[in-house]
Design a protein around this ligand. Structure first.
Ligand code: SF4
Length: 185
């Protein structure tokens, strides 16, 4: 990681979003509980499902992505985060290795769609074509499409791991990957 997000001495700005995930990793973020109050003095969450602001600023210190790349919408968001964020964190097993969403990689996409929307549906079975993102043929982890600076595995990652990573970044240090995984899920 060449850029130290804290080098300017300001509160570090953080953006988060979820791609193909269950939001459980964001729930783990919230599981930092009272530590969130301490964090509020040191970070600004400038874009996230957790806050009202819905426009990604031009430049953000730390981007956090939950979920895998399963659709063209996920792909676009991951590229946008990479462009706007100095440091990009892949949060949780879906982001790190594809996890549950990638289980469909063993089957043809057409068969998966048939199974989900026709075979298992009794009322108006039909494959949605309007207003939903196009699924990619293969689900990929975040680093399969953009460069990632830090991986925080776990399903979900432990709140202590997220706290450790953010605390290190706030102090201007690079989190030690071996320490990130010591908390378990
Ligand atoms: Fe949900 Fe687990 Fe995936 Fe996080 S890693 S989005 S908790 S399934």
């Amino acid at each position: 990681m060449s850029n130290d997000p804290t080098s300017t001495g300001h509160k570090i700005t953080v953006a988060t979003t979820w791609l193909d995930g269950c939001s459980g990793c964001h729930m783990s973020f919230l599981d930092m509980d009272e530590r969130l109050i301490a964090l509020a003095d040191q970070i600004d969450i400038v874009y996230s499902p957790l806050v009202d602001t819905k426009e990604l600023p031009e430049q953000v210190d730390v981007g956090i992505l939950e979920g895998s790349i399963s659709s063209d919408d996920d792909l676009e968001k991951a590229k946008e985060f990479r462009q706007h964020c100095k440091l990009l964190i892949s949060l949780g097993d879906c982001a790190v290795n594809g996890n549950v969403p990638s289980m469909r990689n063993h089957f043809k996409l057409a068969d998966v769609m048939d199974r989900a929307y026709r075979e298992n549906v009794t009322l108006q079975p039909q494959i949605p074509v309007h207003g939903v993102p196009n699924l990619l043929g293969t689900v990929k982890p975040i680093h399969g499409v953009v460069a990632v600076d830090l991986f925080v595995p776990g399903c979900p990652p432990h709140a202590d791991a997220i706290w450790y990573v953010l605390s290190e970044l706030i102090e201007g240090r690079t989190p030690d990957p071996s320490q990130v995984t010591r908390f378990g899920a």
